[in-house]
Design a binder for this molecule. Structure first.
Ligand SMILES: CC(C)(COP(=O)(O)OP(=O)(O)OC[C@H]1O[C@@H](n2cnc3c(N)ncnc32)[C@H](O)[C@@H]1OP(=O)(O)O)[C@@H](O)C(=O)NCCC(=O)NCCS
Length: 184
């Protein structure tokens, strides 16, 4: 019942009225953020390692990401996979919000689909992964995004050297979308 209600909220109520703010961030500084985790690129052999904290549906999604040419990064504590982050390499379209996307230039990459297993949170793993990915793509403009109210994620991004470059206010009223940019 709870799942049905949240699906209804996502699909219908959000179109009737919703108001969200999303931040676009760019990597500006190598902070050398680190952690005790080991970061490995995702490939068809290890893609299912994230089963330790992700559903089968998500593993299938990650396999599709690989087929599309997206780059994935898993972080491990010992043998256990405890974090995943994915990178889209431009050109291409990426969604910052259900109702807002941006076009990536060939000189840009975008980090998305990031999550740390609940048991491994607060160990600096996301900050480490973000900084590590940004270093690998340092010849490009490295972007990511986060909801304004996601304070944990914003903190990791800040620790990894990401700085807010745009603030997008997305309002939906009776199916009509309004977008406002607060450029920094
Ligand atoms: C956001 C998220 C990826 C951060 O991962 P992480 O590996 O715990 O990140 P960090 O260790 O760098 O911690 C970042 C901040 O989270 C907060 N935090 C610390 N312990 C925490 C815990 N046990 N649970 C939740 N948040 C915690 C702290 O504010 C911390 O900042 P600090 O180091 O200055 O204290 C993780 O909370 C998560 O997976 N959340 C759900 C999915 C999500 O929001 N993904 C990101 C979308 S952009």
């Amino acid at each position: 019942m709870k799942t049905l209600l949240s699906k209804f909220n996502r699909i219908v109520l959000k179109r009737i009225f919703s108001r969200d703010t999303v931040l676009l961030l760019e990597w500006k500084k190598d902070t050398h953020a680190t952690s005790v985790a080991e970061i490995k690129p995702v490939n068809p052999e290890n893609v299912a390692d994230a089963r330790s904290f992700q559903s089968e549906k998500q593993i299938r999604l990650f396999s599709r990401f690989l087929t599309r040419g997206n780059r994935g990064f898993y972080a491990y504590l010992g043998n256990a996979c405890v974090h995943r982050s994915w990178v889209v390499i431009g050109p291409g379209k990426v969604s910052l919000h259900k109702f807002f996307s941006i076009d990536l230039k060939p000189t840009e990459v975008f980090i998305q689909y990031c999550e740390t297993a609940p048991s491994a949170r607060g160990k600096n793993i996301f900050a480490h992964v973000l900084n590590d990915i940004a270093r690998q793509f340092r010849d490009k403009r490295v972007l990511t995004s986060v909801d304004l109210d996601n304070t944990s994620s914003r903190r990791s991004m800040e620790k990894a050297g990401f700085v807010e470059v745009d603030r997008i206010k997305i309002m939906m009223i009776l199916g009509v979308r309004f977008i406002a940019h607060d450029l920094q």
